[in-house]
Design a protein around this ligand. Structure first.
Ligand SMILES: [Zn+2]
Ligand SMILES: [Zn+2]
Length: 105
């Protein structure tokens, strides 16, 4: 279900706008992706993540993390005893499993 998007190319300068030079193939200096994200949410949603979620149709009754799993861009841990299991990127779920389910393997 992933749609083809315009491919963005790193330019050698941090995309948060701080004008720092960054390594080959990188868009951001370490942690600056979060800075950029927070700035957009500040401008567009008054720094409110709930407003941001609501504007995109998500909230407590329409789970954004479930939507990410359903869209195939995130995974959900099936080994968790809780329901739903831990959700995140494939890398994040792999880390979670190493940390919390290692004894069961
Ligand atoms: Zn930056
Ligand atoms: Zn789990």
């Amino acid at each position: 279900m992933t749609e083809k998007k315009l491919r963005l190319i790193p330019t050698g300068t941090c995309w948060c706008g701080c004008e720092k030079e960054v390594g080959l193939g990188k868009f951001f200096a370490p942690g600056h992706d979060k800075v950029a994200e927070a700035a957009v949410i500040a401008i567009k949603y008054g720094s409110s993540v709930p407003e941001f979620l609501h504007a995109h149709g998500y909230g407590p009754h329409h789970s954004v993390s479930r939507a990410a799993v359903d869209a195939g861009v995130w995974e959900e841990c099936r080994e968790c005893s809780s329901e739903p299991g831990y959700r995140g990127t494939a890398e994040s779920v792999a880390n979670h499993k190493r940390k919390y389910h290692r004894a069961e393997q």
